[in-house]
Design a protein around this ligand. Structure first.
Ligand code: ZN
Length: 139
């Protein structure tokens, strides 16, 4: 059996608290928040929404985000509208990115030349890591 955690505070001390519309309801003993299993599914969705919007702000296209996250470009474009995400006015540059496993990432970061002036970010992507470079700061 999987261990449930409260969607609000991540506490694992949750107790069953009735069934609502055929869904088991739970109560978090720490923050007294009621939630159903469906809300846990929603939380996983939120993870992808945040990732997709992050990548969008970094300058990736909808098609690239679709390829990387496996979420359709239409969905991503809807999220951008829904959350009213706006890029800065002159964000017409394209970032460089690489996808590494952990060892490749460690190896890459050993070389300090790769790090300076690149304004990079590293984001988790399933069991891999994605490194995005803002080469626009380089010259
Ligand atoms: Zn809680």
């Amino acid at each position: 059996m999987e261990v449930l955690a409260c969607p609000k505070c991540q506490n694992k001390q949750v107790v069953k608290s009735g069934v609502i519309k055929d869904r088991q309801r739970y109560l978090c003993k720490k923050c007294n928040y009621y939630f159903t299993v469906n809300k846990i599914g929603k939380k996983i969705d939120d993870y992808y929404v945040t990732k997709a919007l992050q990548l969008y702000l970094e300058g990736l296209s909808f098609r690239e985000i679709e390829r990387i996250l496996g979420v359709s470009h239409v969905t991503v474009s809807n999220w951008v509208k829904e959350y009213n995400i706006k890029k800065t006015a002159h964000a017409d540059y394209h970032p460089k990115y690489k996808i590494f496993n952990h060892l490749e990432l460690v190896e890459y970061l050993k070389n300090k030349d790769q790090l300076s002036g690149a304004g990079m970010i590293i984001t988790e992507l399933g069991d891999k890591f994605m490194l995005i470079k803002w080469e626009r700061f380089k010259d």
